[in-house]
Design a binder for this molecule. Sequence first.
Ligand code: FAD
Length: 451
Amino acid sequence: MTLDAAAVAAFRATLRGDVLQGGDAAYDATRKVWNEMVDKRPALIARCKGAADVLQAVRFAKTHGLLVSVRGGGHNVAGSAVCDGGLMIDCAAMKSVHVDPVARVARAEPGVTWADFNHETQAFGLATTGGVVSHTGIAGLTLGGGIGWLAGKFGYSCDNLRAADVVTAAGERVRASGEENPDLLWALRGGGGNFGVVTSFEFDLHPQPPMVYGGLVAWPFEAARDVLKFYAEICRDAPADLAVSAAILYTPDGHHVAALLAAWFGDAAEAEARLAPIRRFAAPLADMIGPLPYTALNMLFDAGNPFGVHRYWKSGYFATLSDELIDRIVEHATDTTSPQSAILFFRVDGACTRKESSATAFSLREPVWDFDIIAQWTNPAEADRHVGWARRFWRAVEPFSRGVYVNHLDSDDPSARVRAAYGDNYARLAALKTKWDPTNFFRVNNNIVPG
Ligand SMILES: Cc1cc2nc3c(=O)[nH]c(=O)nc-3n(C[C@H](O)[C@H](O)[C@H](O)COP(=O)(O)OP(=O)(O)OC[C@H]3O[C@@H](n4cnc5c(N)ncnc54)[C@H](O)[C@@H]3O)c2cc1C
């Protein structure tokens, strides 16, 4: 779309931030997202500095009939933070976090990452459920659900979202809370970017001491089958204070390993005993369990997830890790096409499963494992090989899955999978979409279609 230069200049004058177009020095760096595969070219990028800028951007896009995408931390693997030919509303510079340690509430802007958030809240010995990679945005992660180290204790990130300020498709700013527009708050707790641009998130905070006990234990890949069976066993009766993830990955020095990543969030005096069974299970290649800062625990996965790498994901939930499923997983993990690729399991249980499915837009309230096939590579010419591996792998394990985490859908996942992610809540979400966004103005996302 060609935009009138005078209109763009007038738009620029309404913002505290700036407006970028192709050819501007910062344009290419700003349209880049975490997944290097994504190469979209918006007509305009509004680098917003506050809620007023977001309001102006939404109004400008409405007036000019522009497609809109919204960027928080830029981690959506399908690249939904950026769009071709439209207006990218870039909130990355909106970084403030205000903590009220007495009320135990944090108010954070949409450009905040979990590293920023944890830094501010840990100063007061507080935390909420966040993501396991520190450079992920609080915005997209929370709006799509939010699975993290503290989920077993405090529920999903979206369960801890107590209120939000939202710029709606009507170009107005509204508040969503238990008292004001509670239907909108319900929808924001899992419904993704479908209902407007959130300019302020209010989270419940919980006491979380700055030091925890945990880390990674790794065994040679040959032990993967036994490690995954052991993992399934320890998750079965694990208390909410124990969080354990599993992975099959390559270490930086080239060893193919099966690993458990564990942390204890209960009484510190019990920590060693609680993690001892994991450390004693067979002879590990590496045992890095010990005391570490909570902020560092939330960076354990950072090194394996840098910006600038090409990726493709397949994901789904498993209710059980049967021997047959584990056999298939190990078989396909054997054929990994890239040393940067990995598979991950995140356990969902405890507080996440103590609400009704209809309590929030995010509907998964049963104990499951979130399972992720993560293909990663650096040479763009190799895409077919690595994407092919992830697809073959997924085809082999899909029959064992039910449902999917909406935040882990990739660009070629069909819309039926978005519906599957919301289960019985989809119809209510579609009705709320009709109320809050009848023209599907916000559609560059895991889209809920008005209806
Ligand atoms: C390395 C990595 C680690 C991850 N770890 C976890 C994890 O531990 N737990 C977990 O649950 N998920 C995790 N995820 C998935 C993550 O939840 C999604 O990728 C999520 O979209 C990231 O949010 P973002 O703000 O960084 O992304 P963006 O790409 O900026 O945003 C994604 C979408 O969210 C919506 N959105 C963003 N900001 C706003 C806003 N202000 N208002 C309204 N809508 C908005 C838009 O639709 C946007 O397209 C991880 C992803 C990556 C890449």
